[in-house]
Design a protein around this ligand. Structure first.
Ligand code: 13P
Ligand code: SF4
Length: 319
């Protein structure tokens, strides 16, 4: 603990010296979330992370999360230096949607309005009409559907299916998935719900249909955290990355939080959902990147300008 406190103190000093601020996602380690809050940074879902960078006066943004979050920060704030503890922190949705194949998919369907999830590369966003995060996907697609648009959606097929079901929009789905959320098991969740009949079930929409169908609340990380504070239930079954428990515990310390099963009920937390790429963010490599200034996120100018358009559209719509 003493070593950790010293490391945190060094990071605090480095942040001040470099006019840098931390922007952390809820799935990162609790120490990083705590440090972000203590030093005037932000812990948030991916939409709020994107917005924060544009309002912060800091000259350096240190994004603790995965690569697409760093790229979005750079696209929105080209004049700022954007660092990440480890640039290799990717996302299975981003990896599963290569820009060239995606461009061919779009070319084959020229009449369709292209809506991409934020969990994609800058190149893929550069090809999109709209970018959405999980917190805003439903209202954006509803709006486009009302305008009579047909929607080409990428890359998450589970979120796409859910949005299609809720909005009735005509949607063509890229077949990507999040390796973390796809692991939740509907049959095991049913068993767990029988053991905790009073529990509310909170589900991130990257989960499979049979898990979403059992949810009391479906939403982004921020929306799920809000539900724990606002709903009267004492117990919650949570189908998303276990990193989210840090903030849920902080806001509602007396509530009981149970991880939704990724295997049969009774399996140990070894099999709890946790994103391997979010786990690449740690105090040690955060300190290192502040010392060395490497792991800087860069986006080619031509790509940046095109990707900015659908990201801005999302932020303007969200206001
Ligand atoms: P949120 O936008 O809900 O924070 O989700 C980001 C993400 O990567 C979920 O897996
Ligand atoms: Fe990507 Fe899934 Fe990790 Fe989120 S949890 S960053 S969607 S792999």
């Amino acid at each position: 603990p003493q070593e950790k406190a010293a490391l945190k103190a060094r990071i605090r000093d480095l942040l001040t010296a470099q006019d840098a601020v931390l922007v952390a996602h809820y799935y990162t380690d609790g120490d990083l979330q705590e440090l972000a809050e203590e030093t005037g940074g932000l812990v948030a879902d991916s939409l709020e992370m994107a917005r924060f960078g544009t309002t912060s006066p800091a000259r350096t943004l240190v994004v603790c999360g995965v690569r697409f979050m760093g790229e979005t920060a750079k696209i929105l704030n080209p004049e700022k230096r954007v660092l990440m503890p480890d640039l290799a922190a990717t996302c299975s949705l981003d990896e599963g949607c290569p820009a060239a194949e995606f461009a061919a998919f779009c070319d084959a369907h020229p009449e369709w309005c292209v809506v991409v999830y934020a969990n994609t590369s800058a190149e893929v966003k550069a090809r999109a009409d709209w970018v959405v995060t999980s917190s805003i996907a439903l209202p954006v697609v509803r709006h486009l559907h009302e305008r009579g648009e047909k929607i080409l959606w990428a890359p998450d097929r589970h979120l796409g299916r859910y949005v299609q079901q809720e909005t009735g929009a005509d949607m063509l789905l890229w077949q990507g998935a999040c390796v973390v959320h796809e692991a939740f098991k509907g049959y095991a969740l049913e068993q767990l719900r029988r053991l905790h009949a009073d529990a509310a079930v909170l589900v991130h929409p990257e989960s499979p249909a049979e898990v979403i169908d059992q949810a009391d609340v479906v939403g982004s990380t921020t929306q799920l955290i809000k539900a724990v504070s606002e709903l009267p239930n004492e117990t919650f079954i949570v189908a998303t990355d276990q990193g989210i428990f840090w903030k849920m515990h902080q806001l509602a310390p007396h509530k009981r939080l149970i991880a939704a099963p990724t295997a049969g009920v009774g399996a140990t937390c070894e099999s709890c959902a946790h994103c391997p790429w979010m786990a690449m963010n740690a105090l040690q490599n955060l300190e290192q990147v502040l010392v060395r200034g490497d792991q800087e996120v860069l986006v080619a100018p031509g790509i940046r300008e095109r990707a900015l358009v659908p990201i801005r559209r999302m932020l303007d719509f969200a206001e």
